[in-house]
Design a protein around this ligand. Structure first.
Ligand code: NAP
Length: 292
C-alpha cells in the first residue's frame, strides 16, 4: 500500500469483525448497490456493525427502508434507502449525483448489484443480454467513475469493492454474457487499482462462487444435491469481501474450492476449460424457468 493510501490498523480486524465494540469504520459513509438481498444486504449489515453510515440502493425500496431502520436502531449509524434501477442507462450517474454530497462524502463504494441469466445464448432474448451488460458493466463503470472522482476530490481514505464472480476466471456454457461481464469487472478493477495506487482510494474485487442468495432462482438455476458442496453463506462471502477491501487485497476469492476453480483454468487451453466447466455445471445445477 502506498503511504497515502487508506491506513486503518487492521491487524486485529479478522478476529474482531463480529465484536460490537469494534467500530473501525466510524465516520465512513458507504454506498452499497443491490443491498435489498443476498451478498449486498450482508455487506450492509456488516459495514453497519463496523460503524459505517450507509446509503442502500436497489429497486425494492421497501426492503431497503426496513433494513435501514433496523441497522440504525441496532448500530447507532445513519442509513438511507435510495430506489434506483441501475438497468436504466444514466442511472449510475444520477445515483452518484444524489448521494455524493460535499458535506456527506462517500468513502466506501460496494458495486454489488448484478444479474446472471443462465441459459444458452440463443435461448435468451437479446434484450435480457443487453440489460445484463447494462447492470453488470455499464452502471458499475459509470458509478465507479463518478464516485471515485468524488473520493479523489474529498481526499479521505476511501475504498471500492467490486463484486465479480469465479466466472471472471472460468468461462462457462450458458453463462456467455454473464461470464464476459464478470471478466470485465475483475480486469477493470485490477487496472483502476493500479492507476489509483498512489491516491487515497484502494480498489478490491470480490469473486464469489456459488452463494446461497436469490441469485440462483432469478438466474434460472436449481441446485442438484451435489451442487451444495461448494455453496457458501452470503454472510461469510461478504465478510471476506469487507476484510479484503479493508486490507487492500486486489482480488478476494472466498472458499478453497473456489480458489481451486479460479486457478485451474490457467493450466489448460480455454476451450478445454469451458467444456469441463460445462460438465461440472450440469452436475451441480439444472436450468429452470428464471424468476422475475
Ligand atoms: N449468488 C451467487 O451464487 C453469486 C456467485 C458469484 C457472484 N455473485 C454476484 O454477487 C452479486 C450479488 O448477487 P446475490 O447473489 O446477492 O443475488 P441477489 O440476492 O439476487 O441480489 C442481487 C441484488 O442486485 C439488485 N439488483 C438487481 N437488478 C438491479 C437493478 N436493475 N438495479 C438496481 N439493483 C438491482 C437486487 O435488488 P432489487 O431486485 O431490489 O433491485 C439485489 O439487491 C451479483 O453481482 C452477482 O453476480 C453471486
Amino acid at each position: 500500500m502506498s503511504p497515502s493510501a487508506p491506513s486503518h490498523d487492521l491487524s486485529t480486524t479478522k478476529k474482531n469483525l463480529s465484536r460490537t465494540s469494534f467500530r473501525p469504520l466510524q465516520g465512513h459513509r458507504a454506498l452499497v448497490t443491490g443491498a435489498s438481498s443476498g451478498i449486498g444486504e450482508q455487506y450492509a449489515r456488516q459495514l453497519a456493525a463496523l460503524g459505517s453510515d450507509l446509503v442502500l440502493a436497489a429497486r425494492r425500496v421497501d426492503r431497503l427502508e426496513k433494513l435501514a431502520l433496523e441497522l440504525e436502531k441496532t448500530h447507532g449509524i445513519r442509513a438511507v434507502a435510495v430506489a434506483t434501477d441501475l438497468g436504466r442507462p444514466g442511472e449510475g450517474a444520477r445515483l452518484a449525483k444524489a448521494v455524493c454530497l460535499p458535506d456527506q462524502p462517500v468513502t466506501l463504494l460496494v458495486n454489488n448489484a448484478g444479474i446472471g441469466p443462465y441459459a444458452p445464448f440463443l435461448e435468451t432474448d437479446v434484450e435480457k443480454h443487453l440489460s445484463t451488460i447494462q447492470l453488470n458493466v455499464t452502471a458499475l463503470t459509470e458509478l465507479t467513475h463518478h464516485v471515485a472522482t468524488h473520493m479523489r476530490s474529498h481526499g479521505r481514505p476511501s475504498y471500492i469493492s467490486n463484486v465479480a464472480s469465479i466466472a471472471a476466471y472460468q468461462a462457462t456454457p450458458n453463462f456467455a454474457v454473464y461470464g464476459g461481464t464478470k471478466h470485465y469487472v475483475r480486469l477493470f478493477s485490477e487496472v483502476i487499482r493500479n492507476e489509483l495506487q498512489n491516491t487515497n482510494i484502494s480498489v478490491s474485487c470480490l469473486c464469489p462462487g456459488g452463494t446461497y442468495t436469490e441469485f440462483l432462482e432469478k438466474a434460472g438455476q436449481q441446485l442438484k444435491a451435489s451442487g451444495h458442496a461448494a455453496m457458501m453463506p452470503a454472510a461469510e462471502v461478504a465478510r471476506q469481501g469487507i476484510l479484503g477491501m479493508l486490507r487492500n487485497r486486489a482480488v478476494v476469492v472466498p472458499g478453497l474450492l473456489n480458489k481451486i476453480a479460479c486457478f485451474l483454468p490457467r493450466l489448460v487451453p480455454t476451450g478445454f476449460g469451458i467444456a469441463v466447466a460445462g460438465i461440472a455445471m450440469r452436475r451441480s445445477v439444472s436450468q429452470v424457468k428464471a424468476q422475475p
